[in-house]
Design a protein around this ligand. Sequence first.
Ligand code: NI
Length: 228
Amino acid sequence: MLLHVPSVLTPDDLRRASEILRTAQWSDGRRTSGEQAAQAKHNQQLREDSPECRALQQIVLAGIERHPILISATLAKHISPPLFNRYAGEQNYFGDHVDSAIRHVNSSGARVRTDISCTVFLCEPDSYEGGELVITDTFGQQRVKLPAGDVVLYPGSTVHRVEPVTSGERLASFFWVQSMIRSDQQRRILFDMDNHLRELRGSFGESNAAVIGLTGTYHNLLRMWMEL
Ligand code: NI
């Protein structure tokens, strides 16, 4: 499932983030990638252990954790600490690559299975040229370039790239989610069902017998499929 989730970060979050990003020290993005991805990668990143990265992580994680659509779509078990990248100047693209199946979290030694890849756009799309995230999957090729504060989720299994940024700079945050529901297909069914249930609750109320029954079916599927 490829999903665009608008306004995960508020204008205030974005203002605070851009203030921190203005003075941030960028380093070569290749240090955090697997071998195949590193060869394709030409961007910059914030060091995970820098105070700027820590402060930005708090802003992004708070946005993710309060957003009902993200909660329902990911059913997260673990979230890797968000990282931050910059595409500009000479280091302006990331060629076709796959994300490693396991993300090692340096600070805690934890491991996150990369079921879902997530990008949070931090710059307005008209402030830079190029920089589309191109995702190839069984549904074909999708080109994604979103407003600041919006998030795209896509399966960790896809081949993807970031097109060259030919003017301006593209700043983004990225992270991975290990879901309680490993299968993308099952997660999609649960997400659709949750959305339809929300509509039904709005029309018929919480105490409607069919709404109660279907809510039970949602939780029974969750119980059958989830790993804790
Ligand atoms: Ni990637």
